[in-house]
Ligand binder design. Structure first.
Ligand SMILES: Cc1ncc(COP(=O)(O)O)c(C=O)c1O
Length: 433
């Protein structure tokens, strides 16, 4: 594709899109083709994709099982759109498959178009079921760009003037690398979990509708709570009569390498799990799954979303579950995650600006700092690394409140050779900073 076309797109974006629609890279990338773990730009240049949109590619780009089913549906003039007011095998099949991989007695599904909508739905259901409004969320947490999720958001960078956040209290994050209590990961007393009780005691009447958190805080820079945190918080939330919402938009579908949903790693059965991104492998689909009695709280009222569970989206989400099982991708995520982590530890020896290596499975973050002692955030290095990695034909992401955490989340079908390609390229990218 010509340089003129690229410039035209950039010009159109400037003129016609909201200014919040920013692009990665000084010279924005125009991706036009994808297969497996790789993507190609408009000049035919191939990149190893270690971020998958933003953590959407779970089973690999253009997986043949999804592609073939899409072709079959298109060739057979399958209905493109039908709301839930008519029957659709795809939504029903997806709901059943999801209930089979969800922990405990979670079995009632509501399909949405996005993660934000899934969180809206979970909070709304929790409020209806408890008759209360107060929701607790984590600082550094992110739950989407619509009204309620933005109120829950723990990042000033994502909040606009006039953004309401009624009936929400924010709790300190379980951020071990920068522990607000100055404690160490394996020797602390889970002060971060006690903080939930403190916030309930000081900012609510003692009863809450819900507590929402990501098992690993994604946008926050892959902050992974210490062992025991979720269980302890779950008990506190239950004592306050609240519901536990696990936002698995980033951590879901087995990416953390043990269970289909990361909260199960902590032996907690939450009241709600919300998901999007990886569940559709890039298709615009989200969902919430909950217990029958919570879903029943909405009985007798009308609630509608036009596109949730549309045939093509629901088919793709169902296939994602099948592929993850058939190809043992959860095991692969765990194995490749360990392999990459070891590689990052080697890298850290040579590049001490890598202050912290964290995450689980194929949700891995490198927090970049000016030096290990001061731990001062180094967002400039993270931005530069995005560029130098691109020069090595590798796409990575970044996040964290200060923008100093490199995020790596490839397809769960990533191979050892592709991990080696990443490690070699990343080493060169760090060298060229
Ligand atoms: C943890 C988490 N929850 C919710 C969302 C919102 O999802 P969506 O952008 O599909 O609305 C995101 C998006 O990045 C997310 O990371």
């Amino acid at each position: 594709m010509s340089e003129n076309k690229r410039e035209q797109i950039i010009e159109q974006r400037k003129k016609f899109l909201y200014p919040t629609k920013i692009a990665y890279y000084k010279n924005p990338l125009h991706l036009v083709k994808a297969k497996g773990s790789y993507v190609w730009d408009d000049q035919g240049k191939k990149y190893l994709d270690f971020i998958g949109g933003i953590i959407c590619i779970s089973v690999g780009h253009n997986h043949p099982a999804i592609k073939n089913k899409m072709k079959e549906m298109i060739d057979g003039d399958a209905i493109q759109h039908t709301t839930y007011l008519y029957l659709s095998e795809y939504m029903a099949d997806f709901a059943e498959k999801l209930a089979k991989v969800a922990p405990g007695d979670l079995s009632k599904v509501y399909m949405t178009n996005s993660g934000s909508e899934a969180n809206e739905m979970a909070v709304m259901t929790a409020r209806a079921a408890t008759g209360r409004q107060m929701v607790l969320s984590l600082r550094h947490g992110y739950h989407g760009g619509t009204n309620v999720p933005l109120g829950l958001c723990g990042h000033g960078t994502w909040k606009f003037e006039g953004q309401p956040q009624a009936s929400v209290s924010h709790v300190q994050a379980p951020y071990c690398y920068r522990c607000p209590w100055g404690k160490e990961r394996n020797t602390c007393n889970l002060e971060c979990a006690d903080e939930v009780q403190e916030v309930i005691d000081t900012t609510t009447d003692g009863n809450i509708a819900a507590f929402i958190c990501e098992p690993i805080l994604g946008v926050g820079g892959f902050i992974d709570a210490p062992v025991g945190y979720h269980k302890k918080v779950y008990d506190i939330v239950k004592r306050a009569g609240g519901m536990y919402i696990s936002d698995e938009v980033q951590t879901g579908v087995g990416r953390t390498g043990k269970n289909f949903f990361a909260i199960a790693d902590s032996e907690v059965v939450p009241d709600f799990i919300t998901m999007a991104k990886g569940i559709g492998n890039g298709a615009p689909v989200g969902a919430v799954i909950t217990k029958t009695e919570h879903a029943d709280a909405l009985k007798g009222k009308l609630h509608f979303n036009t596109f949730g569970g549309d045939p093509y989206q629901a088919m793709q989400a169902g296939k994602v579950i099948d592929i993850i099982k058939d190809e043992n991708l959860i095991e692969n995520a765990e194995k490749m995650g360990h392999y990459l982590k070891e590689g990052f530890m080697d890298l850290q020896k040579d590049f001490p600006i890598i202050g912290d290596i964290r995450g689980r499975g194929l949700l891995l973050g490198l927090e970049l700092v000016l030096d290990a002692k001061s731990k001062n955030p180094n967002p400039e290095a993270a931005s530069k690394l995005m560029e130098t990695a691109r020069s090595e034909n590798i796409l990575i992401g970044k996040g964290g409140l200060r923008g100093n955490v490199v995020r790596l989340a490839p397809s769960m079908a990533i191979t050892k050779n592709e991990c080696d390609e990443l490690l070699i390229g990343l080493r060169r990218a760090f060298r060229n900073l």
